[in-house]
Design a protein around this ligand. Structure first.
Ligand SMILES: Cc1cc2nc3c(=O)[nH]c(=O)nc-3n(C[C@H](O)[C@H](O)[C@H](O)COP(=O)(O)O)c2cc1C
Length: 318
């Protein structure tokens, strides 16, 4: 797989990123991906108790990751987290190589992070937001299509439309996320103008992920029509179709208010689904290409599979 500006800037072997995953992306997973030549990414609340302290948890995870890999790794900061400022401080004091910011304004922290030598990638789901991120000086934009697990953009743009329009509109390197599971997806994203890819769901169904076995097996069992977008009035989110999403859809169809939906979901719904495997009472995020995932394998194997298959896909197009 060729070097791109993404692999060069991030100083990694392959432009393959493991996406942040709120309660799941811990040091063990991130280190496994980084050791395989991609960029592993830690989430501040990975493995944490429902009402734990994300700042303390993240510090522990960063220290652990440094012990498990000497390669660059990243930290994902959803900027709507209450302790966002403290988490950013931690990235600086811990000399974290890469910040992946999301769900907020990239103008707030990019300059500060750069002043401490932290590279910054920002997650967007429209051309306009990619331009805002570029103007803020980010090192790359991660464009996330509606195929992606978890939160989607309000305009629900598919990746096939989003990549080329963004690549034409910004100079910053584009990293594609949403529905990419194998080397066909990587080659397609690169053909459309991406210089890197970010995978989420594929890195849930891996041995190192702390997600519950029941959730991983549900992803492996999923077919093409087994995911659904819910809570559009809050923030569109793609999950496996479960009894939980069924109730959410019924509430939405009945015109429930945002408060009623929040009441039903309760605190840490994706922790219950993802970490505890309680698919009846929690969210089980899954991208629309979950149907391509047939086995629970090691994270490093995912990276190797993407890299090894890439040349064959490109050759087949000649
Ligand atoms: C369980 C889970 C939790 C996620 N949580 C976050 C998050 O906290 N922050 C974020 O920026 N993206 C989050 N994502 C999105 C991923 O980082 C990634 O962009 C997305 O999963 C890509 O789409 P795919 O799942 O089809 O590969 C999450 C994805 C999953 C599967």
């Amino acid at each position: 797989m060729k070097q791109t500006r993404v692999s060069q800037v991030l100083e990694i072997d392959y432009p393959i990123l493991q996406g942040g995953m709120l309660w799941l992306a811990d040091a063990g997973l991130a280190a496994a991906v980084s050791n395989a030549g991609g960029l592993g990414v830690i989430s501040p609340m990975a493995g944490m108790e429902p009402h734990g302290d994300p700042v303390k948890n993240l510090e522990e995870q960063i220290v652990k990751a440094k012990g498990l890999t000497s390669k660059p790794f990243g930290v994902n900061i959803p900027m709507d987290l209450r302790d966002c400022g403290l988490l950013m401080d931690l990235l600086l004091t811990q000399n974290v190589p890469v910040a992946v910011t999301a769900a907020g304004d990239p103008r707030l922290y990019t300059e500060l992070l750069h002043s401490g030598g932290v590279k910054v990638l920002h997650v967007v789901s429209s051309v306009k937001h990619a331009q805002v991120a570029e103007a803020a000086g980010v090192d790359g934009v991660i464009v996330e299509g509606v195929e992606a697990a978890a939160r989607n953009g309000f305009d629900e743009l598919p990746l096939f439309s989003l990549i080329p329009q963004t690549a034409d509109a910004v100079q910053a390197p584009v990293i594609a996320a949403g529905g990419i599971v194998d080397s066909r997806g990587v080659a397609a994203a690169m053909a459309l103008g991406a210089e890197g890819v970010q995978l989420g769901t594929r890195f849930v169904a891996v041995k190192e992920n702390i997600a519950s076995q029941r959730y991983k097996e549900a992803i492996v069992a999923a077919g093409d029509t087994d995911t659904v977008i819910t809570i559009r009035s809050l923030i569109p989110s793609r999950s496996l179709k479960t009894p939980f999403t069924q109730v959410l859809l019924e509430l939405e169809n009945a015109g429930a208010s945002v408060e009623e939906i929040k009441d039903f979901m309760g605190h840490a719904a994706s922790r219950r689904g993802g970490l505890e495997g309680d698919l009846e009472n929690g969210e089980a995020y899954c991208g629309s290409s979950g149907g391509l995932i047939k086995h629970i394998i090691e994270a490093g194997e995912v990276v190797r599979m993407l890299v090894d298959g890439y040349a064959g896909v490109v050759d087949s197009l000649k």
